[in-house]
Design a protein around this ligand. Structure first.
Ligand code: 5RP
Length: 236
């Protein structure tokens, strides 16, 4: 069990190290959230120290912001830099067309905004995230919702075939509150054979801020393994 955990961490780190090779002098880089993206942030910090690289980071969450500070990466905002050279982020599921489910860390809205502002989105993950079809193993789609709209949104998600659950906090009673002051609804749609269509249907519900479906956004995915890394590029 301990060995497996060590392998997974090694795999995540391998993917992150490959992704950070895309970072060049003068780049403005979107800093993703989650445990795999955290390795990429650490490596950007290492390169700043080692090579004297000049880069600016745009964090996608409070976690990424804290990590940038820890690794001495100067941060900026989309206000100052509305176009980013690159974003490196993690994912929860990745299908053959490089469509993604993201948001198990609750940072999906900022992650999608930062990714959309980037010329390139590089995803880092271990092998367990690769699936044939999004929604496999009853994996839910995280959806960020305005708190006042929780119940109507849950009803509408049921109408379009989902099973919604309000995400509860741990180490705090009540719902998870996102970095934007909203709630997260995790909706299980079973196997998602038309992810773009589902994304449109969910986005159409009033009160929905953003969904964790990232359709045709990832350009490159690095799948880390304990002793190697696989690179997959999206066919354009
Ligand atoms: C957070 C995310 C994360 O990138 C995703 O959950 C993957 O995290 P990890 O690398 O820890 O498995 O989308 O909202």
């Amino acid at each position: 069990m301990k060995l497996r955990k060590e392998w997974v961490e090694k795999a995540k780190k391998n993917a992150a190290l490959e992704a950070v090779k895309h970072v060049k002098e003068g780049f403005v880089v979107g800093l993703g959230s989650g445990s795999t993206a955290a390795y990429a942030i650490e490596e950007i910090g290492n390169r700043i120290k080692r090579e004297g690289l000049h880069v600016l980071g745009v964090p996608t969450s409070y976690q990424a912001f804290m990590s940038a500070i820890k690794h001495r990466i100067p941060t900026t905002t989309l206000e100052e830099h509305p176009i980013l050279n690159l974003t490196i982020d993690g994912a929860d599921q990745i299908d053959d067309e490089l469509n993604l489910i993201k948001g198990m860390g609750g940072a999906l809205t900022r992650e999608k905004i930062v990714a959309s502002a980037s010329k390139k989105l590089v995803i880092v993950a271990d092998e367990s995230k690769k699936v044939k079809c999004l929604g496999e193993n009853n994996h839910p789609v995280p959806i960020e919702v305005l708190p006042l709209a929780a119940q109507p949104v849950m009803l509408k998600i049921t109408e379009i075939g989902g099973k919604p659950i309000l995400r509860e906090g741990t180490k705090k009673v009540g719902p998870v509150i996102t970095d934007n002051g909203n709630i997260i609804i995790d909706a299980n749609f079973g196997l998602i054979d038309k992810p773009a269509e589902l994304e449109r249907k969910i986005k159409n519900i009033s009160g929905v801020v953003e969904t964790g479906l990232f359709i045709k956004m990832a350009d490159i995915v690095y799948i880390g393994k304990p002793d190697s890394t696989e690179k997959i590029e999206r066919k354009k």
